[in-house]
Design a protein around this ligand. Sequence first.
Ligand SMILES: Cc1ncc(C[n+]2csc(CCOP(=O)(O)OP(=O)(O)O)c2C)c(N)n1
Ligand SMILES: [Mg+2]
Length: 558
Amino acid sequence: MTTPKKSTYNISRYLLHRLKEAGIHHIFGVPGDYTLDFLDEVLASPLKWVGNCNELNAGYAADGYARMKGAGAAAVTYGVGGLSILNAVAGAYAERVPLIVISGAPPSHRRDTGAMVHHLIADYYVQLEIFKKVTVDATILTSADSAPDEIDRVITNALIHKLPVYIELPVDMALLSCRPPHTISRALHRTSDKDSLEECVEDAARLLDAALNPVVLAGVELLRFGLGTAALNLVETLEIPFSTMLSSKCVLPELHPQFIGIYQGNWSREAVKHQVESSDCLLSLGVWMTDFDTGLFSMNFDNRRVIDVGDGDVRIGNHYYHGVQLGDFISALSRKAKTRAYLTSHPHETRRLKDRFIPQNGQILTAPRLYECVNSFLDDHTVLLAEPGDAFCAAPDFHIEEAENFIVQAYYTSIGFCTPASLGVAMARPKKRPVILTGDGAFQMTAQEMSTLIRHGSNAVIILINNDGYLIERMLHEDGLYNDIQMWNYASLPEAFGGKDKVIGILANTEDELAQAFATAAAEKNKLIFIEARLPNRDCSEGLLRLGKAIRQSNPKK
Ligand SMILES: Cc1ncc(C[n+]2csc(CCOP(=O)(O)OP(=O)(O)O)c2C)c(N)n1
Ligand SMILES: [Mg+2]
């Protein structure tokens, strides 16, 4: 008789195995005594530990990582850590980013007695209950027998739904032996209802074929569900012109001859607004009609002419088709609808590549010139992260070709996201260079994470728009002293954060100083470059001027 082989897995190792299978090679976080056994297993595993300055930053970093790699993970301690990461998890939930949160927790044997251990909020289930609101699945691991199945279910749900999940790992569970991982049989995508799919694709193809000026509006879910290539195949096969939005910027390539521009309701360029809104068949793919994507709901569509394909449902006029997945719809429609020969009937001027930024010596820097210069610096090897504020108002006008070269939190808009998220980008795509365009207010929220970038030798380029406070807030409402912030000596921070030979901090007041700063960034490819761009009082992009005007004209309380 042979004795069964003892499993070399414990719950932590099992979890790490599943994370690695999900494409995760880095775990972000902050330690605490409830997580130390788990973190020892992380160090012994092929996954790399990336410690952060605080848990909120760890969450943002894991979010940035997940946007590049399809999933990201952060490990935190209980209560003080769990609640600190919460805002990042809420952002991932709103924006559909599969962020896996692992929280250490007090020992489970104390749970039954309700003992008052450190970091406890009230009872032992409060944190779980809170996380249930901002995740698609949440669990406390309670035994070695059930933990593997729980872990499998929760991680699978994160990957299928593209939403965050929560795994609470009590300290006395971390090293318990458990069964080895089996092959997971559950598909990692949802399937469509066959009849519903067939019917709606037939109806959509008929409308498209009969339309004179159809347009595809490519939305953010194409990004989140990795459907950019399928959507490109659709628009190219059918030869339909397309528009993208701020949240889905460059999900389809911007130099493409069928690209008509970024649609943002009344904030769009006139020609884009006209072509999208006057289309007799608007094929809206994975679009979220959020305030910032629609120019404060100023879109003007005739819903009878819209084919709206969302997450699981399609609406054509007043008809609903349930159980239809976006990816299945796109593939089926590519095969069914006829091509339109748009390119032959609309000969397109070759789009101009970016202009080189030619500085005027001694000329005081202005916002439009700053953004021209940033635009000219971006290329296929940079990933731009644009913060809410003037940065994301200017970003729609930048030319970026690849979907993964642009990150924006256009819906949840938590300022301070970009600096830590760039750490996730740096880990996920070591060959690319993160470029962070951030306001001074946003930067002050999470500035310390620059030290983690420095620690890991990142060559990120941080461009700080120093407009002396919360300019976007000043533009939206009568100004008040609540929009003022303390002026920091920004350009000296990289060195203060321990960067000495690995960073260069530059202050640019004039066009030539800015051009020189970017020339330094281009030459110093292995250093972190921090550029403080000082702008005149209230100077901002065209985009923010439009936004400010639109908001003041509307009633934001409605
Ligand atoms: C975490 C968080 N707190 C507060 C806000 C509200 N808010 C939105 S924009 C903004 C000011 C941004 O200022 P800054 O980063 O300097 O950008 P600017 O508008 O000056 O370009 C604030 C406070 C927010 N979006 N997120
Ligand atoms: Mg500012």
